[in-house]
Write a protein that binds this ligand. Structure first.
Ligand code: KE4
Length: 427
């Protein structure tokens, strides 16, 4: 595959951008090789600077449930931009998107729009602390909630001990209030809450984990979190930046029938433009400035261009039967990949929820970060590059989700599974 132009651009990029990328995972560090510079996308495909074409399952890490350059979304962006890109003043459009979100997620009475998922989580955590007057938070190992200091924490020595910085530059004093527990482990949560009693402001969780690879909540895990939080006056914060409008129109809350007190959103609600949101119970959201004492602000929060892209996206997602078709497509792909691996006798476990999935190169089922880390990342890297050579762009990391969009075709699925059969049998 000719990648001369990407190679040239990567050399150029590394001179002026750290690692040559504006977000680490794009650098292909965990799969080796050099990143491809993408020139354009259309539907289920991306085209790189050297003219190579790929069926895309990264989907920009989640936003592109309608595929690349969806005509309705592009038209909405163009129309909005022609009227001005941002005013720093309220607009009717952001009210329309807020109303659509409130209508889609019953637990959200009010919502504040921001410009990234990180900003949404950072703000929601501050709000949970401001509302409860408590400082500690619980997060789960392997879950990622953006890069604000308090959430870049790894597990401490034991249950209910304080978290340790998971990045240089994060003070230990900040992660001391972050407790990191194993995902899908109700006992650990009960122990931590009993030990820390009424000093915990919130439990933040990806209701379907996407950042250790896809890991679904075990039966009762989310319901147990709901019960414990209610009993102890702890706010339950569902980070639905990935799952929101992905696993169902109402997100994981609709899929699993568990309502959180606060929810964060991003990705899909911006239709590919920069956006984030946090929302929840009215009595909690009324603590947010200028109404209440919890400060949060943003120059481009709710800007008309991103909001218009989001509105167009959510309107398209309301098409009857869309999620059913999406699930059927994803299931067909999953079965095809699993069969290809079985025929090639390569041990894999595929975890999927709706149209998000991960193919773990591991002999045993994956239900938390400890088991996910047992995956053979070398094998995954080999698979990734083999698929790339065959014109299929998978996630450049074993520990990420891949996404099927509403515009992936049957031919895409067949092409992908036959490519996988060839690559896996050569491994
Ligand atoms: P952003 O700040 O990247 O918009 O959102 C942070 C975030 C919050 N919560 C969840 C569950 C997320 O998955 C993310 C961001 N996801 C990563 C990859 N899974 C985005 C890709 C990247 O970091 O480049």
């Amino acid at each position: 595959m000719n990648t001369a132009r990407s190679t040239e651009l990567f050399a150029q990029a590394q001179k002026v951008i750290p690692g040559g990328v504006n977000s680490p995972v794009r650098a292909f560090k965990s799969v080796g090789g050099q990143p491809l510079f993408i020139k354009r996308g259309e539907g289920s495909r991306v085209f790189d600077e050297d003219g190579n074409s790929f069926i895309d399952y990264v989907g920009s890490w989640g936003p592109l449930i309608l595929g690349h350059a969806h005509p309705g979304v592009v038209e909405a962006i163009t129309r909005a931009a022609k009227d001005g890109t941002t005013f720093g003043a309220p607009t009717a459009l952001e009210v329309e998107l807020a109303e659509m979100i409130v209508e889609a997620v019953p637990s959200i009475d009010m919502v504040r729009l921001v410009s990234s998922g990180t900003e949404a989580l950072m703000s929601a955590i501050r709000l949970a602390r401001g509302f409860t007057g408590r400082d500690k938070i619980i997060k789960f190992d392997g879950c990622y909630h953006g890069h604000s200091d308090g959430l870049l924490a790894k597990a401490g020595s034991g249950i209910a001990t304080f978290g340790l910085p998971d990045s240089a530059g994060v003070p230990a004093s900040v992660t001391a209030d972050t407790i990191v527990l194993p995902y899908n482990n109700p006992e650990a949560v009960s122990q931590a809450i009993t030990a820390m009693r009424d000093s915990i402001a919130c439990v933040v969780v990806e209701p379907v984990a996407g950042n250790m690879g896809v890991v679904a909540p075990k039966q009762g895990f989310l319901q147990n979190l709901r019960k414990l939080c209610t009993e102890h006056g702890i706010l339950l914060l569902f980070d639905e930046v990935i799952t929101g409008f992905r696993v169902a129109y109402g997100g994981a809350q609709e899929l699993y029938g568990v309502a959180s007190d606060l929810t964060t959103l991003g990705k899909i609600i911006g239709g590919g433009m920069p956006i984030g949101a946090y929302g929840g119970r009215r009595d909690i959201m009324e603590k947010v400035a200028p109404l209440g004492p919890v400060y949060q602000a943003g120059t481009l929060s709710g800007n008309p261009v991103a909001v218009s892209a989001g509105i167009a996206t959510l309107k398209a997602l309301q098409e009857p039967g869309l999620y059913t078709r999406l699930l059927r497509k994803a299931s067909t792909l999953e079965q095809g990949l699993a069969k290809a691996a079985a025929d090639a006798r390569v041990p894999v476990h595929i975890n999927s929820v709706g149209s998000m999935m991960t193919m773990f190169f591991a002999p045993d089922p994956i239900s938390d970060y400890t088991s996910a880390k047992k995956s053979d990342t070398q094998k995954y890297a080999q698979f990734f590059h083999g698929m790339l050579e065959h014109g299929v762009y998978m996630a450049p990391s074993q520990f990420e989700a891949m996404f099927v969009s509403a515009v992936h075709t049957v031919e895409d699925t067949e092409f992908t599974t036959s490519a996988a059969a060839e690559v896996l049998s050569s491994m």
